[in-house]
Design a binder for this molecule. Structure first.
Ligand code: PLP
Length: 411
């Protein structure tokens, strides 16, 4: 046996980093130990190209059971008829959904990246904006989706597909209204709920079903499962197209260990306790938003309905990048983010995205959010004061120690 001291050290170092810092990147979470056990299991050894009972290799009868379980739990969770649990990531789930619905050159309409959309929703630097002819919609001056404006753009560009869903949008998405727009222009509707899936399954955000023709998601953000993607629909014909768009069109062998881990994650999502967690994520985010507003900061849309918020430094001398760097020194991990009508470059930005899913997974509640908001405020008002940043680091370290991560886990 070769003991890899280098990688072992790296894992230990990362374990320490995750334990000692406050993780506020809105797309991250701390998954369950049982999910990690499945991802580290011998299921990684098995090739299983195809779908349950229709594989290209022998010896798949047992992994078939894992995939069937993942599919059944996914369908139950999202209350839909068909699920494909094979996409390796959220991006590949979207790519698969597009391949099922579109031909190269077809027109898609998605949310602009700088307004809070995702790269895969038609950005020109992504395959979705290269293979398809992409147009985008943004948010209004208050930071909200303006459905009349989206309808106007849709009538103009006549998309074959409208994509809704976002990476940095703090408000409820009206899927029903999106479907009305799609129907008016004869388009398909795809809802990418990668960010809000964990809230949707707890009935804390309206479901994209029955409105969207196809729903995609990641499993590792608010759902708190393993890193991966899923695609769902209620339409039998579309389900067949989705399956062949993923395999053999896009992917080869499915990651059976990850599919098993998705099933484990879904079991947690289906449990009664899930609602309590998801509810706490939102409560925490609202408190964080309220406290930051009290401290005089501006938030895009003026607050939040979900697990994230977007601070707006457009009128500040410092940028999103400055804020990210200073907070990192104080033990708070977050990411700079463009804001609507961004004036700075995407490498600098005027925003900071903060999320509460990971801290809530550690057991933090409203009281801790108040301390964190005050610490963020202190750091941002004293960006160049090393003494104050050092004090802030002591506060975040103490919080981290009070809510240790993976208490019984040795790495
Ligand atoms: N869709 C949305 C809305 C996202 O925010 C993301 C990731 O941030 C993705 C898709 C892509 O997921 P992945 O990073 O797994 O490819």
């Amino acid at each position: 046996m070769i003991f890899d001291t280098e990688i072992n050290e790296i894992i230990k170092e990362e374990f320490k980093r995750q334990n000692e810092n406050l993780e506020m990147i809105a797309s991250e979470n701390f998954t369950f130990p049982e999910v990690m056990m499945a991802t580290g299991s011998i299921l990684t050894n098995k090739y299983a190209e195809g779908y349950p009972s229709k594989r290209y290799y022998g010896g798949c009868e047992i992994v078939d059971k894992a995939e069937v379980l993942a599919i059944e739990r996914c369908k139950k969770l999202f209350n839909c008829n068909y699920a494909n649990v094979q996409p390796h990531s959220g991006s590949q789930a979207n790519q698969g959904a597009y391949a099922a619905l579109l031909n190269p050159g077809d027109i898609i309409l998605g949310m602009d990246l700088s307004a809070g959309g995702h790269l895969t929703h038609g950005s020109k630097v992504n395959a979705s904006g290269k293979v398809y002819t992409s147009y985008s919609y943004g948010v209004d001056e208050n930071g909200y989706l303006n459905y009349d404006e989206i309808e106007k753009i849709a009538l103009e560009v006549k998309p074959k597909l409208i994509v809704c869903g976002a990476s940095a949008y703090a408000r409820i998405i009206d899927f029903e209204r999106f479907r009305k727009i799609a129907d008016k222009v004869g388009a398909f509707l795809l809802a990418d709920i990668a960010h809000i899936a964990g809230l949707v399954v707890a009935n804390l955000h309206p479901s994209p079903f029955p409105h969207a023709h196809i729903v995609t998601s990641t499993t590792h953000k608010t759902l708190r499962g393993p890193r991966g993607g899923i695609i769902m629909t209620n339409d039998e014909e579309l389900a067949k197209k989705i399956n062949s768009a993923i395999f053999p069109n896009l992917q080869g062998g499915p990651l059976m260990h990850i599919i098993a881990a998705k099933a484990v994650g879904f079991k947690y999502n289906l449990d009664e306790s899930w609602k309590t967690y998801a509810n706490q994520v939102i409560k925490n985010c609202k408190v964080l938003a309220d406290e930051l507003l009290k401290e005089g900061f501006k938030l895009v849309s003026g607050g939040t309905d979900n697990h994230l918020l977007l601070m707006d430094f457009s009128n500040c001398e410092f940028s999103g990048k400055d804020a990210q760097i200073a907070l990192e020194k104080a033990g708070i991990t977050a990411n700079k983010n463009s804001v609507p009508n961004e004036k700075r470059s995407p490498f600098i930005t005027s925003g900071l995205r903060l999320g509460t899913a990971a801290l809530s997974a550690r057991g933090m509640k409203e009281e801790e959010m108040k301390v964190i908001a005050q610490t963020i405020s202190l750091v941002l008002k004293n960006l160049n004061n090393d003494e104050i940043i050092k004090k802030a680091k002591e506060t975040t370290l103490k919080l981290s120690e009070n809510f240790p991560l993976y208490k019984d886990l040795k790495c």
